[in-house]
Design a protein around this ligand. Structure first.
Ligand SMILES: [Zn+2]
Ligand SMILES: [Zn+2]
Length: 342
């Protein structure tokens, strides 16, 4: 089968002809119908993250059709449309049993530690497959598995309740999903902070109140719009110290500031003014859980989470367009979501 693989760090991916993977008795073989190209893939190709093996097929946002099932698989049938949870966990350890599989000591990510979806076929454990309803195109199903799922987890971590207010810092793929999911959770007002006009316009189309941080102090504006109270939940989706500090600063009494964007730098907070005095919480949110995905897919099926505008470019399974797209992501030249359709 055709497969676009990372052979060496900091080198272009290569198109290779590899055998169709074998499956174990609890696995399924999926004919890939869509694989999203993610910013993380650009980091992997550049060698900024340790890979499980080399060469490796990248691609962790995958949707397709079940081609073959292992002898012990009962929950999935051949021919079923599925999207795939990208973290493979043991299902048997203390953390997996407690429903906190993100801490499984044996966690492996597809397209990072094991072969992913930039290929015609992928083999995964059957428990990682989520049924994808006919209403959701494969392209959208693939991208649901990364940014939208991570936004869903962040909202769960922030414990957004009906009647509350939410601020979302950064209106990319994560932020746009977060705005819609916050509304679906009953948030009465969602403030969307960004510095790009087109992002802010998009946020308004999804009924968020745009705050242009290039022209005003976002925290002061949030305070003004909430009559001095601050928001109940702030979500930081960018991964910059400045916006992390702003997110923490924007919550009111009993507020929850959820950190989602990756940042290697330290941040500075006033523990009394910003945390103790307000009984505020700073919460880390990392990735998402298998158990969150069926609900997310159902929200997309009902169009409560609109996926129609997520994917803006479709490319074939070939090395040069994929490398080109990863170059773009590396240089931030295009902010469009690309999906490979083999
Ligand atoms: Zn991704
Ligand atoms: Zn485990």
């Amino acid at each position: 089968m055709k497969s676009v693989r990372m052979v060496e760090a900091n080198k272009p991916l290569e198109l290779q002809d590899v055998p169709i993977p074998n499956i174990g008795e609890k696995d399924i073989l999926v004919r890939v119908r869509a694989a999203g190209i993610c910013h993380s893939d650009a980091h992997y190709r550049a060698g900024r993250s340790a890979m499980g093996m080399l060469p490796i097929t990248l691609g962790h946002e995958v949707a397709g059709v079940v081609e073959k099932v292992g002898t012990q698989v009962t929950n999935i049938k051949v021919g079923e449309r599925v999207c795939l949870h990208y973290n493979l966990t043991c299902g048997d350890c203390y953390y997996c049993h407690a429903g906190n599989e993100q801490f499984c000591g044996q966690v492996k990510m597809i397209g990072h530690h094991v072969d992913g979806g930039y290929a015609e076929y992928i083999a995964v454990p059957a428990r990682n497959a989520i049924s994808l309803p006919d209403e959701i195109p494969f392209e959208a199903g693939a991208t649901l598995m990364c940014a939208s799922a991570t936004a869903m987890h962040a909202l769960h971590k922030g414990r957004v309740k009906a009647g509350e207010t939410v601020a979302v810092f950064g209106v990319g793929g994560l932020g746009l999903s977060a705005i819609q999911l916050a509304k679906a959770s009953g948030a009465v007002e969602v403030y969307a902070v960004d510095i790009k006009q087109d992002k802010l316009e998009l946020a308004s189309e999804y009924h968020a109140i745009p705050i242009d941080a290039s022209r005003m102090d976002a925290v002061a504006e949030i305070r003004k719009l909430t009559k001095g109270k601050g928001v109940d939940v702030a979500l930081e989706m960018i991964g910059m110290s400045k916006t992390m500090e702003q997110a923490i600063d924007s919550v009111g009494n009993l507020g929850r500031a959820v950190m989602v964007g990756l940042n290697q730098q330290s941040i500075s907070i006033n523990t009394y003014m910003q945390v103790l005095g307000k009984e505020a919480e700073i919460i880390g949110s990392n990735d998402h859980l298998l158990q969150e995905l069926p609900g997310l897919v159902e929200l997309a099926r009902r169009n409560i989470l609109d996926t129609s505008r997520v994917v803006s470019q479709v490319i074939p399974l070939d090395a040069s367009p994929i490398n080109q797209r990863l170059d773009d992501l590396e240089h931030f030249t295009h902010d469009i979501r690309t999906v490979i359709v083999p």
